[in-house]
Design a protein around this ligand. Sequence first.
Ligand code: SER
Length: 898
Amino acid sequence: MTSAQLRQSFLDFFASKGHTIVPSSPLLPDSPNLLFTNAGMNQFVPYFLGDRPAPFKRAADTQKCIRAGGKHNDLEDVGFDTYHHTFFEMLGNWSFGDYFKKESLEWGWELLTKVWGIPAKRLFATVYSPDKSKGDPADFDQEAYDIWAAIFRREGLDPALHIINGNKKDNFWMMGDTGPCGPCSEIHFNLLPSDDEAAGRQRVNSSDSRCIEIWNHVFIQFNAEPDGTFKTLSARHVDTGMGFERVAGIIATTKGFKSFDAEPSNYNADVFASTLAKVAQLSGKTYTGTVPTKREGLPEQEMTDVAFRVLADHARTVSCAIADGIMPGNDGRNYVIRRILRRGILYGRRLGLQIGFFESLVDTVAAELGGIFPELRAKQDLIKRVILSEEESFGRTLDRGLMLFNKSYETYKAQGGVSAIPGTVAFELYDTFGFPLDMTELLATERGLKVDTAGFEAEMEKQKARGRESQVKTVISVNEGDTHAAATRFIGFNETSLHDVPAKLLEVVVSEGKTFLVFDQSPFYAEMGGQVGDTGVARLGDHILFITNTIKDAAGRFLHEVKTAASLTAHVGSAFSLTVDLDRRRAIQRHHSATHVLNFALREVLGTHVIQQGSYVTPGRMRFDFAHFEAVTPEQLIEVEHIANTHILANDTINWFETEFDKKPANCIATFGEKYGKVVRVVDIGGWSVELCGGTHVRATGEIGAFKILAETGVAAGKRRIEAVAGEAAQTLLEGNHQKLSRLALRMGCGLDEVEARFDKFFEEKATLERELKALKQKAATHLAAELAAGATVRADGLRLVAAVVTSDDATALRELALQLARRLGPSAVVLGAEIGGKASLVAHCTAEANATGLQAGAIIKDLSAKLGGKGGGKPDLAMGGAPDTAKMAEAIKAVFG
Ligand code: SER
C-alpha cells in the first residue's frame, strides 16, 4: 500500500460508516490563541462547544498540522529521530454528539487489524487513569477499559497485558490551555522484531521508536476554562487522530506489516521520497537512515542523515505554511516559520547546499502533496518567491554569524571550564545576524555546550526597554495599588453622541507633570489600536477646559489631558458636559475606515498572506504595516489605490456590532497575538471587509472621500508599510499636485495633457545638446593643446617645456589636457594651471626623459602648490594640486622652469 492509498483507505473506511469527508482546514487557525492548526479537531471546536450546529453528525479527513513553538512543540526532535515532525497529516474521524467510545474503538480496531491486517498481538491500548494526588480531572475511564478488554479477549489476547493505564499527561488530551478536551485512549504499535507482549508492553510511552503511538481516540466531554477548571459540555463527542506519516512509514518499513526486522522510520514512507532524492541530487550526498543516539560530536554520516530528515520535514512545513498565508516574519507564528526555514538553511549548509536550494525543494513538496492539498500547486510560485527572498536575506548574515559563533566558541574553549555561550553573544547573533535562539542552542549543543538563555532574555529585555524609552508616549502607572480604578464607559462610537455629553468627574490624576480628568463615561476615544485619542472641551457651567489628548490606562480608565494650572480636585463629583472636536474625529475616522479598505485592497492584489501588523491613524494621515515578502510594485500600488477608491465610491454601509469571539462571522479577520476578550467588536464594510476592531469609523465608505497612497517602504524583513491620506488630507494633496502640474504646463506653454510629451522631448533635446557640447569641448581642447604645443619652449637637450594658465571646466579636463599635450610633444615637461570654482587647480606631467634630467611632476606640484598656499603632489610622471591663491598663479607657473 502506498501512502496515498493508505490515506484513501482511511477516508473510504469512515465514509462507509456514514462519515462526511471534509477538506483539511488551513494551518492558520481560527483561534487567535493557537499558533498553528495543531490537531484535526481545531476546525470543529465551535461544534464541540455548541456555538454552532454541526452540519453533519460524523466527519473524517486528513488535516495539515504544525506542532512547533506552541503547547505541542516537536521542533527540537525533528531530524534526530525518525518519527517527530513539525508538519504532519493527521487522519481523523469525528462524532458530534453522535456515536461515542464503543463505535470509535471498535471501528478503529476493525480498520487496523481487519482492513489493514496489522497483527493484533502487536497492538496495545492505553486508558485514562487520573492521578488524584496531582489533582487530575475526571475519573478512571472504565468504559474504555471494558471496551478494550472485550476486544482483546475476542482476539484471544490477555487484556491485562494489552491495556495500560495512563495519567493526565498521557491520557487526557487538551488542545491548548483552554478549549474542548477529555480523556483519551491511544493505540500503540510494537515494532520490535519479536511480538512478545511483555516486552512490547514495557516500551509503551517510553519514547521508543520501536513501540509508538499511532492513533489517539479522544472522548471530548469538557471545556478547559481560562481559570483552570473543566466545564462539562452538553454533549459528548469523539475526536481521533492518527499519525499518517507514522503509519505510512511503518507500512514501508515492515513491507505491509509483515517484516519487523528493520528499524522503522517515517522517512521510509514514499511521501518523503522525492524531497530526499532532490536533496541527494543537489548535495551529491546519500541518505542512509542512520539515527544518532546523542546530540553532540556526530560522525559525518549521522549528521548528513539528520540534515536530510530536517530538510524533508522543514520543506513541507514552510511550503504548507506559506500556502496557507503564514509568511516568515518577526513575531508569533510568522517567526516560528522563519526559525524553521533558517534551521533548514543551516542544515542545508551542512550538506554544502548554497542559498537558493530551499526554494528548489518546493517543487518536490508540491508534487508530493499537491494532489491532496491543492493550494500548494495554486501558490507554488508565491511560495518559491517568498522562500528565495528569505534565503537571500538570511544568506547575507549566515556566514558572518557562524564566524562570530565559532570565535566565541573558541574563546570560551580556550578559557577552559566555561560551558555556556554567553547571553550577549546569543543576543548579538539574534539581533544582528538573524540567528533564532534555538539555532544558536543547536550549534552549542553540537559542541556539548549550553547557551546562557537567561542572559539572552536579559539582553532582549534591555533592548525592549531601550525601545520603550525612545517612545515619546505618556506612560501612566497611577492605578497601581489604586483600588478605586474602574474602567470608563465609552459612549462615543456614534457621531450623534459626541456633543454635550453629561459626565461625572471621578478623579483628577496628575502624572509626570500632566493633569488628566477621569469621568464615569466619555465620548472621547482614548488612543488605542493605532487610532489617536480625541480632543475637545469639557464644560463646567461657564468654565471651559480644553482636552488636548485622551489616553487609556491599564485599568481601562480614560485619561483626558487638560492644560490647566488650577487645581481641579475641588470639582470631583461635579457634572461636566463633554464635547468632542467633531471635525478632527471625522478626519480620524476617515483614515481608520480607510485602513480597512486598504487591507481589503492589498489582500485582493497581493494575496491573503497580507496580514495587518500594525497601524497608526491620525486626522492628517495613516500608516498601515503588513506582512509581505517584497516591495509592492508601482503597478500594484496603482491597482490597490484604484480598488480602494472604487469601493469608496460605492458608498457601502459600515456596520459595527458586538458579539462573542467564538460567534464572530466566519469571514472575520482577527489578528494573531491580539488579546481578544470574550466579547469582541466586529466592523463590517459592505460584507467584503469584516474585521475585529475597537476603533471608530465613518458610517459609509463614501465619507472617506478619496484615498491616496503617499509611500510604500520596508520596515523589517517580511514587513512593509504604506503611508496614505484620506478625506480632506487627500483632497489637499490632490489639489496641490494638480496646481503644481498646472504651473508646470503654464511654464512649458502647453496643456496638461501635453506635459509628459513635452518633457520627453525636452529630455531628448537636452541629451542632444549635451552630446554636441561634449564634442565642442573636445574640439576646443584639441585646439588648445595644439596652440600650447606650438608655443612650447625647446631646451638645448630637445626637451619641450610648457607652463601656462588655461581655461578649464574641472580638474579632470585639466588633467586630460596635460596628457593630450604630452602626447603631442614627445619628451617634455608640462605645467598647467586653471581657475576652477574660484581656486587654483594645478597639474604637471613629466615624461621619462624629463625625469632623467631631474624634473619630477610630484616635486613641481608640491612646490608650486605651497607657493600659492595650497597642497598637492603625486608621482614623478603625473601630479595634481590645488591652492586658494589664484592671483599669483600665472606668475608662479611662469617661473616653474626658470
Ligand atoms: N486531538 C487528538 C490529537 O491531536 C486526537 O485527534 O491527538
